[in-house]
Design a protein around this ligand. Structure first.
Ligand code: GDP
Ligand code: MG
Length: 160
């Protein structure tokens, strides 16, 4: 399986970012993608998906005993999501910084949650929180043939 493949480190680090159903409804897809492109990350996978309950349960398995879990399942099923994989140096941590805090009220202006939402139950975006979760989530949402290998032509201007 995918998470056994080594090498997703350094400039090849990958993270799963998903614009949640509220983000899609609120037409934030272009704005969010623009931020990742502008930062210098490379898009390696992208799709619009209506997530199944089974997929969502696996995705949020760690939160299964939380009181908000049922609400979270229904929130994430309310419409399609735009799910993507971004690649680059320290992309997992940097993406989390770009997202802002779990609770939008604690998110600084300039972050995605700090700019576009107000409530934790409608926080518009997901980003993997560690290498382990990124690898797990990418293999959950994407088949290996959906992850594209290509060369960023601006790479030498982004990395020295
Ligand atoms: P994240 O990694 O910042 O997305 O946060 P978590 O992994 O802790 O939680 C996953 C998602 O569950 C969050 O993005 C929220 O959509 C939702 N969530 C987390 N905590 C709460 C909560 O206290 N109430 C509600 N309604 N949703 C929550
Ligand atoms: Mg999380």
């Amino acid at each position: 399986v995918l998470f056994l493949i080594p090498g997703w480190t350094g400039v090849n680090e990958r993270t799963l970012v998903a614009v949640k159903p509220d983000g899609v409804q609120r037409r934030l897809v272009g704005e969010i993608m623009r931020r990742f492109e502008n930062r210098g990350f490379k898009l390696v996978a992208l799709k619009l998906v209506q997530a199944s309950e089974d997929l969502l349960r696996k995705h949020y398995w760690d939160l299964r005993s939380k009181p908000f879990f049922r609400g979270l399942m229904s929130y994430m099923s309310e419409g399609p999501m735009v799910v993507m994989v971004w690649e680059g140096l320290d992309v997992i941590k940097t993406a989390r910084n770009m997202l802002g805090e779990n609770n939008p009220a604690d998110s600084l202006p300039g972050t995605i949650r700090g700019d576009f939402c107000v409530e934790v139950g409608r926080n518009v975006i997901h980003g993997s929180d560690s290498v382990e979760s990124a690898e797990k989530e990418i293999s959950l949402w994407f088949g290996q043939n959906e992850l594209h290998c290509w060369v960023h032509n601006s790479r030498p201007w982004i990395y020295n």
